[in-house]
Design a protein. Structure first.
Length: 132
């Protein structure tokens, strides 16, 4: 009897471990992101001149980044990009002029998109984008 309880406990712990490895599966993340605009810092600009991104993710795997200078609120421009979700990572490919951006461990909670920002494979920071 003790052996059964022990194995049941181990099985329950393994089930919980597997269940909490990611916030959502790729299809759920894709559905939560698509057709919305998410605003926050994606690592464009410099410390003196930060640029806030407002990324619109469309269902065809394409998007537009509406960028604005934080310090004066003036538009910095619009950047088209391709996007996709694989294994819990959101990929933002702005083309050859910009490094690939990845948000790893993507989790959508209410009006917030959260995850770790990587630029060209290098960890930058934990970020949180807000849905507009």
């Amino acid at each position: 009897m003790k052996m059964i309880k022990r194995y049941a406990g181990i099985l329950m712990m393994l089930t919980l471990l597997v269940g909490f490895t990611s916030c959502e599966d790729d299809e759920d993340i894709y559905d939560d992101l698509m057709g919305r605009t998410w605003v926050g810092d994606l690592g464009f600009g410099y410390d003196d001149d930060p640029i806030e991104s407002g990324i619109r993710l469309d269902g065809n795997g394409l998007g537009i980044d509406y960028q604005v200078f934080d310090y004066d609120g003036k538009p910095a421009g619009e950047l088209p990009f391709q996007w996709g979700v694989e294994y819990g990572t959101l990929y933002l490919d702005y083309g050859r002029d910009f490094a690939l951006r990845e948000i790893r461990g993507v989790c959508v909670r209410g009006r917030y998109l959260q995850g770790d920002l990587y630029i060209d494979g290098r960890y930058i920071a934990y970020i949180e984008l807000q849905m507009q």
